[in-house]
Design a protein around this ligand. Structure first.
Ligand code: SF4
Length: 232
């Protein structure tokens, strides 16, 4: 039997986790000035595999400054893009994926422009993005949630997914799409897109501190009382 929205115990668990993380780390709110154009957010995501956010942000700005438009980036030589992306963890792969992605947007829309997505429901918006090369659920959710689209979508990077899996909120072997599909229905209904963004940033901070990939420091973790791994 499917429980009505909001009555799932995982919803209350997420609220308690959120409060405990704010108590531990303080508020982590993304200022509106950091809410970027969806194309910028897409580019940052496509080139950003296993790379620090600040590095990918700088590379995204540098490409736009160098070429002047995303259409010009789509036409750039792979060698030149690879050189510009040399600080990314996978420069050539990032260059190829980005070129493929931007080229397909141009083929479908005539230019690199995602404004038409603002008319779509969030699920349809993300589905359209996921038809593009190099765009899977983490990036589509990032564009939906953290760009000026400002939609209710949880961004599950590797930190967030690992923490949710250890806590028992997501199946241990769930990939990002399965984890997203499991979590979104139990995210508190009253959480806005900004609340969900802050929740992600808080959980990510936990994943970078206590709940690292190896040897999590459960004894001092602020959410150990909510965690299946710690109580096992
Ligand atoms: S208690 Fe341990 S496994 Fe659970 S979230 Fe905290 S650090 Fe991670």
């Amino acid at each position: 039997m499917q429980l009505p929205l909001g009555s799932d115990p995982r919803t209350d668990q997420l609220k308690r986790i959120h409060a405990a993380l704010i108590a531990a780390f303080g508020r982590i709110e993304r200022p509106d000035t950091k809410r970027r154009d969806p194309v910028w957010t897409l580019v940052q995501g496509v080139i950003g595999a296993r790379t620090k956010t600040a590095v990918s942000n700088a590379a995204t700005d540098a490409m736009l400054e160098r070429f002047g438009s995303w259409e010009a980036v789509a036409e750039a030589q792979i060698d030149e893009l690879t050189a510009l992306l040399s600080n990314q963890t996978f420069p050539e792969q990032s260059a190829r994926r980005l070129k493929d992605c931007l080229t397909q947007i141009i083929a479908e829309r005539g230019q690199v422009d995602l404004r038409h997505l603002s008319n779509l429901e969030t699920a349809d918006l993300m589905h359209w993005l996921e038809t593009l090369p190099g765009i899977a659920r983490k990036i589509s959710a990032g564009i939906a949630n953290t760009s000026i689209f400002e939609r209710r979508a949880v961004v599950l990077d590797t930190h967030h997914r690992r923490v949710m899996q250890r806590m028992g909120l997501v199946a241990p072997k769930a990939d990002t799409t399965r984890a997203y599909d499991a979590l979104m229905p139990v995210v508190p209904e009253e959480w806005s897109a900004k609340d969900i963004d802050e929740h992600h940033l808080l959980v990510k901070r936990l994943g970078q501190t206590s709940c690292r990939p190896t040897n999590p420091t459960c004894a001092s973790c602020p959410v150990r009382n909510e965690c299946a791994y710690a109580s096992a």
